[in-house]
Design a protein. Sequence first.
Length: 241
Amino acid sequence: MNSMILKLCNFFVIVFLSLTSIYSQETNKEFKLNPSKQKEIFDILQKNALIKYNQYNGILSKRKVTNRHYDPTTGELTEVEEALVERIEYFYKKPKVKAITYKKNGIDLDPNSFKPPLTDPPLPLFGPDNEKNYDLNITGETKINGLLCYIIDIQPKFKTDRHLKGKLFIDQKNYKAVKLKASFAKLPFGAKSLDIDVGFVTIDGFSIANKGTIRYTAKVPLIIHERVENEFESIEDSLVK
């Protein structure tokens, strides 16, 4: 089930299309955005995404990872894993991960025994082929950490475990990603629920996921039945060519 976590540890965010006059539940106001302004925003975000993917191959991170395992029936905490890892999260291929330290239930273990599965990343919301994979629309506005943000509705065009579905929040002043709340269009094998809540920082002009929580419940009869909460927080991040 750790393969679900690996799909989520990096998010690179840029936006595409919409016009409307929509009631925004988040701000309790009627939301209106001039179509020409919206197009201007999308053009800027798409251009920045293409620059990033042309110049860089991924993100190098040193981050703290904590996995808490719970009994889904009683809610009892059954296991805690803590690791400090170096991770290269490639935009279009499987990541590379090396554990520096690793603990299970407070006991130090050989870092080499921390071997998470390595899977292909989610398909990017913007950049090459984004229109083939997603319908993205600005549907409202809200405040995140004091920042007034546009709300981008993410609807996948294909139901796979590499397509995201949910909401992206971008700062109205600079159009940088602030938060992503999402799941996958198709849950991975064994998953009964999966919720992603990720925050971003800006490095060299690009939005990079640096902190977040992923919660999921997995059930495969006679094999596994548990609820897992994964938290990660980056200590260092840099773009890699």
